[in-house]
Design a protein. Structure first.
Length: 559
């Protein structure tokens, strides 16, 4: 259990027997989109701390804005948390569970002169708010009597005013250097059907009001949230202190997770989905947990990634390659190896018997001592990667070329004797011979053959589609300098290859099952295509890892 500033605070609270030794956290997502890798950090922190301290962690849906929320998002959030390996305490909570209580507490604020009904429009309110360097101006409706505010607020609830006509605002300080404390709105009128309460309500609480009280109602001791809420903490405390006198939850902020070559804004992700730039929330190029899952990322790799980046108070941008390092480390130990030719080139072994079929033993996973071996078939005609042949190779080219010899992994040495081309000059076939004495990859004379190629038998290979995924954006920080982030989408973030050839055992791959395709990378069977009866493999990550030093450096910083 590595230490960080949050754990130091909790350790001190426990030492002083604060909260009677309880540790109770919560994860409060708004069900207005799918969770992304940034939310995974909050999940791992909140659920992880609760687990390590034998405490509790609630899952609470912050459903205070029905115009953007949906049951689909609620279900996806539940699925993602379970997939990451965490369980929430008790039932799922909703901010809407507390609508009546929240309303009653709002009336208490009115009765104590700490809230007022305001008729300013949204634009007028912005004009009155002031700037970072200039104080705001008080609303002309700020000094309404308690009786008038109380009556107007009840009429707001009864639906007697149109949307946007009035708001309930906390009466704090329009000269505060913290803009969040300049009489913030705590209720607004919004006629929108709620996914749980239907049309029962036409006024809805704002997050900054509902959140601290929901924490209090649930007995939360440590309200852990990302750094953008640091300026909201005085309002969090004000709401609780204005209404309560008991022991109150404490808000603690940590740096949010930002990764290059992607966007984390739910608004932007929703736009990518709705305008068809991606294939839904679970598109494997998306930073959503459902997208990463479909691409082949494992919950173990996501949790490892979170451990590598650690918990800090300062925002920073993490290199996507560190996430790729985490999945390589995980899959290298667990993924079974298979041979797949994604750009096939036909090879006829002229001196191999026409009707002969041999079966060779192949390793499933050399990293796993308990892994069994499998049998792969070999015949007169095989396919190799087109990129593994060059007619006029440079020096130190160790793959196949005219007159050169290579090893077909697990099988024989072959030598290229002839290149067959079509009338356009494109290479369509290679004619080779094999050395019968090299069966299994060796020869009596122990000659050195430096190139080893993967292959599939033409008689036994199965066809499939392979999708090669890359960064969704072609710049490190999309939308920087007021640019339209959609103009920076990577045009080759997805390359679809048809008629790829796989060894026969891969035809039985289950949805989501992952493999290492020899010399190609790590791939998984696409779960969405499987529902349509199709066998498609998504590339999770390439084999090359040039960023291992980044991970090593991160480990050193954590130690």
């Amino acid at each position: 259990m590595s230490s960080n500033f949050i754990r130091d605070i909790i350790d001190e609270d426990l030492k002083n027997n604060k909260n009677s030794g309880r540790v109770h956290t919560r994860f409060p997502p708004e069900p207005n989109g799918y969770l992304h890798i940034g939310h995974a950090k909050a999940i791992c922190i909140n659920f992880g701390i609760a687990k390590d301290y034998n405490g509790k962690c609630n899952l609470r849906m912050d459903d205070t804005n029905p115009s953007k929320e949906d049951v689909e998002y609620v279900e996806s959030i539940k699925e993602d948390i379970k997939w990451l390996g965490f369980e929430w305490t008790g039932p799922i909570y909703f901010a809407s569970d507390y609508y009546e209580k929240l309303y009653e507490y709002a009336e208490k604020l009115i009765q104590t002169g700490k809230a007022f009904v305001c008729d300013l429009s949204a634009d007028e309110m912005r004009a009155y708010r002031g700037t970072l360097t200039e104080p705001g101006k008080e609303s002309p409706f700020r000094n309404r009597s308690i009786e008038e505010n109380f009556s107007l607020f009840r009429k707001m609830r009864a639906g007697e005013f149109p949307d946007g006509a009035k708001t309930l605002r906390a009466k704090i300080d329009m000269t505060s250097p913290n803009i969040n404390m300049r009489d913030p709105v705590i209720y607004r009128i919004m006629r929108s059907t709620h996914h749980r309460t239907g049309d029962q309500w036409c006024i809805y609480p704002m997050y900054d009001y509902a959140h601290p009280l929901s924490d209090y109602f649930e007995g939360i001791t440590h309200s852990l949230c990302s750094l953008e809420f640091e300026d909201h903490r005085p309002l969090y405390n004000w709401v609780l202190e204005a209404l309560l006198s008991e022991k109150l939850p404490r808000q603690i902020e940590f740096a949010r997770l930002n990764i290059n070559y992607t966007v984390m804004s739910k608004r932007k992700l929703l736009e990518l989905v709705e305008k068809g730039y991606v294939d839904g929330w679970d598109d494997p190029r998306m930073p959503t947990l459902s997208g990463l899952r479909r691409r082949g990322y494992t919950p173990e790799s996501i949790r490892t990634f979170q451990e590598l980046i650690g918990v800090s108070k300062a925002n920073s941008i993490v290199d996507f390659s560190l996430l790729e390092f985490a999945i390589r480390e995980d899959l290298n130990k667990r993924a079974e190896r298979r041979m797949t030719v994604i750009k096939p080139l036909k090879v006829v072994i002229e001196n191999y018997p026409d009707n002969q079929i041999e079966w060779f033993e192949a390793e499933n996973n050399p990293e796993d001592p308990n892994s069994e071996k499998r049998k792969i078939p070999f015949s007169k005609v095989v396919y190799i990667e087109r990129d593994d042949f060059m007619e006029n190779p440079p020096k130190k080219y160790f793959r196949l070329s005219p007159g050169s010899e290579v090893r077909l992994k697990y099988a024989y040495y072959i030598t290229c004797k002839e290149v067959i081309k079509d009338n356009k000059g494109e290479i369509t076939e290679l004619r080779c011979i094999y050395d019968p004495q090299s069966r299994g990859g060796g020869t009596p004379d122990n000659r050195v053959v430096r190139g080893t190629l993967h292959w599939v038998s033409a008689l036994h290979a199965k066809k499939t589609e392979v999708r090669l995924y890359d960064h969704l954006f072609n710049v490190s920080n999309p939308g920087e300098n007021d640019k339209d982030y959609k103009d920076e989408l990577n045009p080759i973030s997805l390359v679809v290859l048809k008629d790829c050839l796989i060894e026969p055992s891969l035809a039985e791959a289950k949805p989501g099952q992952f493999y290492q395709f020899l010399r190609q990378g790590y791939f998984c069977a696409d779960s969405k295509a499987a529902k349509e009866g199709l066998l498609v493999f998504n590339r999770t990550v390439t084999l090359k890892d040039t960023w291992a030093k980044i991970a090593a450096s991160s480990r050193n910083k954590q130690s």
